[in-house]
Each structure stands twice: as C-alpha cells, then as structure tokens.
Design a protein around this ligand. Structure first.
Ligand code: MRU
Length: 363
C-alpha cells in the first residue's frame, strides 16, 4: 500500500454526486481515469484518499480494509477490473481477456465473506465477454452502472425500511453500513437516514463493534458528519439497552443472505438478534439484491473470514491483552432466518423471511 499515491482530502463530497446535509459522503470515486478511495483505516482522525494503481493494490485495499462493507467491496473490485483491463489491453490487444481472468481471481480472493465481491466480478466478466476492441470504456460504463444502481437501491431501501418505523422510535445499529460501506447512502444506515429525514427517529444508538471499531470510528463519524445525532454503546451494553426499553429496533446490513434467509453479517449480529427476540425488539436487515446468494441453501456453508488475532490483542497499535493470551477473531457470524423480523431490499419489505418468500426475488 505504501506505493500508492496519497492525498489529503479537503472536502468529503464528490462533485459527481448530488448530496445534502444528511447525505454528504462518498468513499469511492472514479475521477480523471483514477480510482479514489477514502482510507477508512485512518478515520475518524484523518480524511485521506488513496489511488490504487493496479489490481494488486486494489486487492490490498480490500484486504487491508481501506475500503470495507459488502457493496463497497464489490464496487471497488469493479473499478479495479477497469484498471486491470487498461493494463492487459495495452500489453496484449489480442489476449487481454485471458490475462484478465487472473486479475479476477486475485480480486475475488481479497475477502471471502461478502458475496457482492463475486457478484460484481461476475457481472463485469459477463459484460467484458461481449465487448469488441478496446474494452476500457465499456467496462468503465458497467462499473459506473454497478455503482449508480447500488446508490439507487439504497435510497429505495431507505424509503421501504423507514416506512416500518413509527414516530418516536429509537434504533440500535451495528458495524458501519452507511455511505462508507456502499456506493452511497447506506443499507441499514440508509434506512436510519431516511427515517431521520422523515422526523420519525427519537435516537440512534451505535454499537462500537469490536475489534475493528466500525461503529465507534466510522458510523459515529459518518452520522455526526451528516448531522444525525448518535449515541455510542459498548457492544456488551446492547441487552441492557433493550431491557431498559430505550430501543424499539435493531437495524443491520448483511454481507450475504442465503436462499433460506440466513443473514451473514458483522460478528455480534447474531447476539443482537437473540437479544431482540428475548426483549420484543424488532430486528430489521437491509440488504440489496446483490447481497442475496441463491447458490447456498443456508448460512452453514458460508466461509466466515478469520482475521488476525492482533486485532483483538491490540488496540491502536498497542497491546492491551496479557502477554501469552491468544485470540479467536471471526469477522462475521450467521443469524438464522427465524430471528429476522424484516428483510428490506430495494424491491420492498419481506416480513419473517424464508426460502419461499426470498425465491420471489430471484432474477
Ligand atoms: O468487515 P466489514 O467492515 O467489511 O464488515 C461490514 C459489515 O459487516 C456490514 O454490516 C455489511 O457489509 C453490510 S453494510 C453495507
């Protein structure tokens, strides 16, 4: 990553997108033939953009969490393939397609759990197969479409999800599911954005999301930047928050939803769903159709990313655990469909999702 061109951001908004006071952040941009990624490892203290120059750097940006969140990973990989095609076509106008296959494998291996990565790469590959001559413009157009469709899907999910929320309700969310995790607006945070805009929300709570602190570092940054007040809790305060009657909803995103409605999402989501059922708090999952994986019957077969023990043993570069302690660090967990009250996609709301109801969304 150190070879990447580096610039300090002066303005968090992109000129290419319409924004307002509650929606001002775009973490992925394509500008002047370059991919620009807001470096999420450095938030909330520094706002810097990286410009990955080739597939190896894009894959490293995904693996090292410069960019993270299921849809954002897919969109970044799509733009990464544009960079790859530019290089491969310059190297070999006749053989670029075969060489691109290797780049697709490199990107696909960057992180295993979010299905949006494989989905976006498949879509780019299919689109590339039909192109004649220099493929760069055609692939860039497809990457931009994937990006724009995600933004549009998020806005629609926002409206659908917010429609479920009654005036005066409060919500707890987990991880970061906002503009930082998507093409813009967000999945669960998009629902929260829309509900806030509509004046329905009393209070937004965010779990800090150990160990990477997506809640404390990213969601708190994103919401305060977009003028939506947020109250942080430690992850282990969630059950007590529910018992105290302060939240009516938990709203989360997903990295993958399998054919039966099982939800694979940030570690801790499963605990929240169990806590919700016990306390009568409603559990909503907001996920675009690009996150649905009909190739798997249920969540049991999904590869759960295991991340470095260092993320648990250290904090901000400093060891916090006793010397000699080991750590288990799964990045995601599987919430059984039976614990999900509502699944919200861009197509609408599914109450108590199951295989039969999800099948209607199969394209
Ligand atoms: O490890 P991360 O930060 O990539 O995990 C992100 C999540 O778990 C999100 O909840 C998920 O991608 C859905 S948000 C659009």
């Amino acid at each position: 990553m150190h070879r990447m061109d580096y610039s300090v951001m002066t303005d968090s908004t992109s000129p290419e997108v319409a924004v307002d006071a509650h929606d001002s952040i775009r973490a992925i941009q394509w500008e002047d033939g370059r991919l620009r990624l807001l470096d999420q490892r450095r938030l909330p203290f520094e706002e810097c953009y990286l410009h990955p120059a080739d597939v190896a750097e894009v894959a490293a940006a995904i693996r090292d969490m410069v960019v993270r969140g299921a849809p954002a990973i897919g969109i970044t990989a799509a733009y990464g393939l544009v960079l790859a095609a530019r290089r491969r076509y310059a190297q070999s106008p006749a053989g670029w397609r075969d060489r691109l296959a290797e780049d697709i494998r490199t990107l696909a291996a960057a992180r295993p759990t979010a299905v949006n990565l494989a989905w976006a790469l498949r879509r780019m590959e299919r689109h590339g197969a039909a192109l004649v001559g220099d493929p760069v413009d055609g692939l860039l157009a497809e990457a931009r479409r994937i990006h724009a469709e995600d933004l549009a899907a998020n806005r629609r999910m926002g409206e659908h999800g917010a429609g479920l929320i009654a005036a005066g309700d409060s919500v707890l969310t987990h991880c970061n599911t906002g503009s930082l995790a998507t093409g813009g607006y967000g999945t669960a945070l998009g629902v929260i954005r829309s509900a806030w805009r509509a004046g329905r929300l009393n209070r937004v709570f965010a779990g800090e999301t150990r160990p990477w602190l997506q809640g404390a570092r990213l969601t708190a940054w994103e919401l305060t930047r977009d003028r939506i007040p947020v109250t942080l809790i430690t992850d282990n305060a969630a059950a007590y928050l529910m018992q105290s009657g302060q939240v009516q909803w938990v709203i989360v995103g997903a990295d993958r939803v399998t054919a039966n409605g099982d939800v694979i999402n940030k570690i801790g989501t499963y605990s929240l769903a169990i806590d919700c059922r016990h306390h009568g708090v409603r559990f909503m999952v907001a996920a675009p159709r690009s996150t649905l994986d009909f190739s798997l019957d249920d969540g049991g077969a999904v590869e759960i990313e295991q991340r470095s023990a260092d993320e648990v043993l250290n904090l901000a570069g400093r060891r916090i655990a006793a010397e000699g302690a080991e750590a288990w660090n799964p990045a995601f967990d599987v919430t059984p469909a039976g614990l999900v009250d509502y699944l919200v996609t861009e197509n609408g709301v599914i109450a108590a999702p199951d295989a039969a109801k999800l099948a209607a969304l199969k394209s």
